[in-house]
Design a protein around this ligand. Structure first.
Ligand code: SAM
Length: 240
């Protein structure tokens, strides 16, 4: 898939971008390719960056709307996925892109600078440790996460990052085809059968509600993205 097809598929699914945003995506793909020659940000065997990375990252936004003006943590961001595409599309929210690998974070900080993205910052550290730091603990409205760990672990890490003021309130409103997701949630990209992972995550007693959204979309024949899902988990510290 190339940039034009990516834009076409997004439009088919109701997301229309300004020329400025398309240029930002193009610049990001260019920088990802450049940095990837030196640091493994994404698999070097992957030839379809537009389809299998950029489009995949924004598929949830075809179906799920989040609140605007929020603080969002991308846990295990690697080269900025999904954090950078989400930051380009959600200008009113601020994104902290966290990863435990220093050289990835150094590259990502450079990418953010070159893109001149004002609503994203790269932070180096392990989730287990950074979640105890008072600058990050209990501060976030959403945690987003792609290809990092099993749900149970993600829930245990995320609970310390999320702002407890958002726990145990509304979860998801469905209006027609669209879902409106309230704050206080972990948004995890997954594939395949997620039932066992969800069961284990629920056993932590930190999950008050779960919804699995299939990431099917118009134009899916153009890209090899089978059986992708996003799991939405409302977290809580109260006994469930
Ligand atoms: C498979 S990569 C996925 C990167 C990116 N989310 C993507 O979709 O391309 C997993 C990333 O999670 C990071 N990671 C794994 N465990 C972590 C932890 N406990 N704290 C912070 N980062 C972690 C790794 O350093 C790695 O960059």
């Amino acid at each position: 898939m190339e940039a034009e097809e990516f834009v076409e598929v997004c439009e088919l699914n109701g997301l229309k971008f300004s020329r400025e945003k398309i240029s930002l995506f193009e610049e990001y793909v260019k920088l990802l390719k450049e940095f990837n020659q030196r640091i493994n940000l994404i698999s070097r065997k992957e030839t379809d960056i537009w389809g299998r990375h950029i489009l995949h990252c924004i598929l949830p936004l075809f179906k799920v709307e989040i609140e605007s003006g929020k603080l969002i943590l991308d846990l295990g961001t690697g080269g900025g996925l999904p954090g950078i595409p989400w930051a380009i599309l959600n200008e009113t929210s601020h994104f902290v892109l966290l990863d435990g690998t220093k050289k990835k974070i150094d590259a990502l900080a450079q990418i953010i600078k070159e893109l001149n993205l004002k609503n994203a910052v790269a932070v180096w550290g392990r989730a287990e440790e950074i979640s105890k730091d008072e600058n990050y603990r209990a501060k976030f409205d959403y945690v987003i996460c792609r290809s990092v760990a099993e749900l149970k672990k993600l829930v245990k890490w995320s609970i310390d990052f999320l702002n407890p003021a958002n726990f145990h309130k509304n979860f998801l409103d469905k209006i027609g085809e669209k879902h409106y997701l309230h704050s206080g949630c972990l948004i995890a990209f997954k594939g395949g059968d997620v039932r066992n992972e969800i069961e284990s995550a629920i056993k932590t007693k930190l999950v008050s509600n779960v919804e699995v959204i299939d990431l099917n979309f118009k134009g899916e024949e153009k890209v090899n993205l089978e059986d992708k899902k996003v799991v939405l988990l409302k977290l809580t510290t109260k006994q469930v």
